[in-house]
Ligand binder design. Sequence first.
Ligand code: JFZ
Length: 579
Amino acid sequence: MANRKKKKIGKASNRKTDPLAWWREARFGMFIHWGIYAVAAGYWKGQPIPRLGEWIMHHAKIPLAEYARLARQFNPVRFDADAWASLAKQAGMKYLVITAKHHDGFAMYDSPCSTYDVMDATPFGRDPMQELARACRKAGLKLGFYYSQYQDWADPDGGSYAPDYDPTKRNFDRYFRHKCIPQVRELLTQYGPIGLIWFDTPGQMTPAQSLELKQLVHSLQPRCLVSGRVGNDVGDYGSLGDNQIPRGPVEGDWETPATINDTWGFKRQDHHWKSAGTLLCLLADLASKGVNYLLNVGPTAQGVIPAPSVTRLREVGRWMKVNGQAIHGTAASPFPYTHDWGRITQKGRTLYLMFFRWPGGQFVLHGLRNKVHRAYLLAGRRKKIAITQTHDRKLDRHVLRLALPSRPPDRKISVVVLELAGKADADPAPLQQGDGAIRLQTHLAQVHCPDSAAPITISRGGVADYWVSTKNSLSWSFKVFEPGLFRVEVVVARAKDKNFPSGYAVKVTLGGATVEGILADEKTVQNAATRYHPEAATTLGKLRIDQPGTHKLALGLLKVPQGDSTGLRVTCVNLLPTR
Ligand code: JFZ
């Protein structure tokens, strides 16, 4: 057995593997935003500066000469590359991406083509990237460099913010040739094999410039990946929006960069830390959609990862130690929608059910067509779980019943492993769930746009974007097993810091019956994903479904409030069993 395994590994490494293979397998990485902005730490001249810490030069309108003085105070004597790498490893992360140069233009490595770098401009006298490269190699982590290829606030020709320079005299291509390209070359030649370059904010870059950068990277290191934010859709994988959680599985290779608090670069006034439980829900959620989670830490100017980040990552690591196989090397859930109780991933013939809320006792999963050989818990002693499976031919209803212990085996997310007879095969139709609810997510809707001048589009994140025409509508076909009376709830994405737009009227039609009403911010939806992308739910009324079988529900727009230019952004229509 051991022999056979060895042979297999040998074979695989001889084969030409996909350069993205390690990245897909990883699912979880550490982002590090570290620069001389950490000296300011969110304050300028005694004043707290709102928003992102690494943007302080821009937000506080600091002239370059003044900002550059921060470098003289940057002496991170407590920096310990091995400690950072081992924290990432302990947390169950497989790669580490650090800001080699952010928008401020300051190189956090020894850059021969610039004196605005950590070796020439700070008292530190060490190259942190060199130390990290060594530490990552030792720890078996892939190392990636963040490089701001377009924005450079220290170069007269760099993109965006430049109060010291005359923007009309700007020549981006000059900066591109004299700084960006040489620095990217340095990063790919000075530090051994690099897993990826995380370009960001492509701004006004042309397709030719994006392509040139990508080709440069591949010419120096053919297996080095290029992030989608190199611009113009030429990256090797895509970046979703910061902290973005898509509603359904995302096709292709995508990653969500995310913060533990609300900033990337260190800010001493930001104490808005997400709990380890929330971080794990986000990790599980993204993995269930086939998306990588690149979770950020913002070390201080002393070179220390803030203690609240460390404790949370250690907690995440304790969970990963037991449950990591439900994340690493997995693919998106075979179900095209999310379940209310938690999330699902799969690997080979195995399904991982990750319970955010432990149902206890009988648990019912609808729509899994495979025979389940075995079910057991990951936490504790892999306790076996009794299974019953039935199939009602008339309704094509597949039911899997699990007899779960009453108490959750893990205090955070409990994982149940299902070993299937074959590769997971799930009914793709929206189904009434084990709890009786029917949740119709927008990314699974049919979109009807007789008004083709203003069509509803569904974003990659799975939200109806820009719905302004009352002629257009969404509809869903779905299967009902237990008929009855349902409360009809419409959920919409709402802007973060704005009042909920009043006056959107909608109509839900099911069979011959209709309920309608005006959407209000009745109930704010609370879950791990809504912190940056809030949602509001409105109950329109009740509707009865008399017969089991396939039904169709349509959502129409009756009235658009005057002056609202964002449009209605529906994420879901819920039918919740009621009396
Ligand atoms: C960028 C940077 O400006 C920021 O400082 C940080 O490094 C972050 C990881 O990336 O900010 C962005 C870029 C893209 C989006 C949002 C913020 N986006 O596509 O939603």
